[in-house]
Design a protein around this ligand. Sequence first.
Ligand SMILES: Nc1nc2c(c(=O)[nH]1)N[C@H]1C(S)=C(S)[C@@H](COP(=O)(O)O)O[C@H]1N2
Ligand SMILES: [Mo]
Length: 444
Amino acid sequence: MHTIIASLEFPLWLRASHYLNLLFIGLLMRSGIQILGAHPRLYWNDGCKPGSEWIKFTRNKIPKDKLYTSMDDEIPVTLVLALPGDIPPASDFHPYDPLQQLAYAAVVFLLGPFMILTGAAMSPSIEGRFPWYVKIFGGKQSARSLHFLSLIAFTIFIIIHTALVLIVHFQDNIRNIVFGDPNGNTGLAILIAVIALLIVAVIYIWSSWYSLRHKRKMQNALGALVDPVLKALLHREKSKQQYKQSDITSYFWVNGRPPESEEYKRLAQYNFAEWKLEICGLVEQPLALSLADLRQLLKQTQITKHNCIQGWSGVAEWAGAPLTEVLKLCKPLPEARYLVFTSYQKGKGAVKPELEEAQKHTFYEVIDMELARHTETILAYEMNGEPLPIVHGAPLRLRVETVLGYKMVKYLKSIELVKDYSTIGQGRGGFREDFQYYGRSAEI
Ligand SMILES: Nc1nc2c(c(=O)[nH]1)N[C@H]1C(S)=C(S)[C@@H](COP(=O)(O)O)O[C@H]1N2
Ligand SMILES: [Mo]
């Protein structure tokens, strides 16, 4: 008996990996639940029309009489579940039988990779560069739904696995998983296991506490880890989207309300005849372009998929002037590295009232010269063949098709070319980076 058992010894790496798995898979699940709360609906279609979801985690009804944005639809998720979370108003030891082996193999070799593959299908830059890849999963929202169902499968596996370990020959199991063989002191094994579990629990609690308390440090630390990887892998990828007219979705969520300033209202009243886009900073030729001027430039039309960080998507046809055409006119100086897009809109329309410090600040976002020169980077004045609707950013908005929606400034007022953006706003490269701690890289 003991010889069989000895041949099945659990090596230390395997024992320790249970705790590491619990720690990291748990953290991953918790951050997944957080992002689900940002758009608490799951669909099998990429238009995300309210009512077309197969499951929702909100009781919010969509009002018919007023503008309801994706921001209004967000729900807070308690920090007990989500990371960082919001504060709302785991016989004797028998050789594995075939079923058990199949279950474990499925989790490790199927479910795990499937999570990674469906995760990649949600990245705007992968979607932009390899639109065919996303189609394998039936679209972005199907990928997101499948990703969620895999989370449920993972959770069910963990519950059943842990329950069986506890129910079936617990004493042998606990000695095996702590000491690597079924001999030894059960009490000591339990003690070590409990301490290890407590350490995991403490890290869980600490991670919520730390990320809520030190948002900026967290943003910087994660950025330092993630940004170089994104830059090396995804930043250079150019969007190759060319969806068909029939792919255009009947619904397109709005995120960011129209500006409330008198100045903007007046411009809108006269159909933006007086509106001019100011182009300034490190350029040979500063410009003030009217809509008519912009319409005289090369007109580029593209049908692309928009991906908001919250999780929703939509396909629309955009038309406008390629940013490269405007760059030809203003002739950037050699030291120009970034473009700052400033909006007519203030934070009030872009974030929830709870974010007090953000309310009075102007919405702006920064992109670098490389993104600016991508083939599908345009200044759009038309959506689906019509002049850009007010709610989607009239008279002009930025479209960069390999990044998340938050970079695509609506209600454009000016473009400034700069060498460095650390003195602009709070210096993080955009309004959402400044006040909502979004990443500087928006490829995922
Ligand atoms: N001025 C301004 N531009 C903005 C925003 C905003 O709040 N204000 N929201 C951004 C975000 S987060 C997204 S997802 C898209 C939404 O564009 P849409 O409202 O046309 O769908 O606009 C981006 N541009
Ligand atoms: Mo967004």
